[in-house]
Design a protein around this ligand. Sequence first.
Ligand SMILES: NC(=O)c1ccc[n+]([C@@H]2O[C@H](COP(=O)([O-])OP(=O)(O)OC[C@H]3O[C@@H](n4cnc5c(N)ncnc54)[C@H](OP(=O)(O)O)[C@@H]3O)[C@@H](O)[C@H]2O)c1
Length: 336
Amino acid sequence: MHGYLLTAYGAPLSHVPSDLPDLRPGPGEVLIRNEAIGLNYPDALMVQGKYQKRPEPPFVPGRDCAGTVIAVGEGVDGFQPDDPVVAQVFSGAFADQVRAPLNRVFPRPAEVSAVDAAGAMTVFNTAYVAVSIRAKVKAGDRVVVTGAAGGVGAAAVQLAANLGAHVVGIVSSEEKAELVRRSGAGQALIIADREEEPLKNAFKTQVRRTWGDDRGADVVIDTVGGTMFQAGLRALGFAGKLVVVGFASGDIPAAKANYLLYNNLSVMGAPLDIHFDEALDQIREGTAWWLGLLAAGKAQANVTAVLPFDQLMQGLQDILDRKVTGKLVVRTGAGA
Ligand SMILES: NC(=O)c1ccc[n+]([C@@H]2O[C@H](COP(=O)([O-])OP(=O)(O)OC[C@H]3O[C@@H](n4cnc5c(N)ncnc54)[C@H](OP(=O)(O)O)[C@@H]3O)[C@@H](O)[C@H]2O)c1
């Protein structure tokens, strides 16, 4: 097989692909002919040794992948050779063969390309955990999504809109606002000033004005953190819920308990990874749902560029340099 075997941590462009021995599935594993790889910010951290978990090299990094089944290991039911699949592994996706544990592999409808599925895997599942499992968004809810044109944000906008919620997306430019409106948000608010007081006031007034009364939001899905989180709390109405997804701003905020108490609010985390172990049935249900939305054209993976395999590390560098809007996907030799 062909893959990126990382022998030492380093900047993305220090890693090169090579020929590696073919893989065999172990017990409880599915061996995937990997056609497409979805790139995420954590991948860029992982190859540098800056991710929260640091496997000892040598190892093949990479999380999101999609293709077809080559073979299954002992004890695996439900998958057969040539079945289309999508997977999120802890490592190993930057190769044209991937060994995936059974709890990380999902059937892929024939209508959803490997490129779209790999591009959507982490961001749609994260959005699903935030929107459905944690916030329990339902038809008629008022939902605000920060970083709404980002990977997780755009997925959250689409899932909430498909549930019948009234969605407002917060973005920093007109170009991003247009993407968010196309994704199904009733409104996109362009808020570029990131200073704390102007941001809090903008949320208090503009977000509330959007719905024409003073009730505020039922749910805020926050992917940005920092002052955006503080402002998000001010947008919530009675019994509002703020779901912490991530800190794209790099600033981890703190919530004052008295503010939560006086305003009857909840703040909750939405970590994806732990759900594969603790709530696999819900993740299976959610993955089938959003794949069905993609298959029916009711949601978009927003893949903006498909790179050849030898450009994978350049893609990670572009993510670090903030040159990417939408999702970057790499096509392997198996998908060519
Ligand atoms: N909970 C989980 O399990 C989980 C899973 C995946 C990702 N995450 C985390 O969720 C966050 C969002 O991930 P993503 O894949 O959606 O990221 P992304 O595609 O890079 O989008 C992040 C968005 O945040 C906004 N932003 C505001 N300030 C920013 C700053 N200083 N730097 C970068 N972006 C900034 C940007 O929109 P504007 O410019 O319009 O403001 C951008 O579109 C990240 O922190 C990621 O690590 C968490």
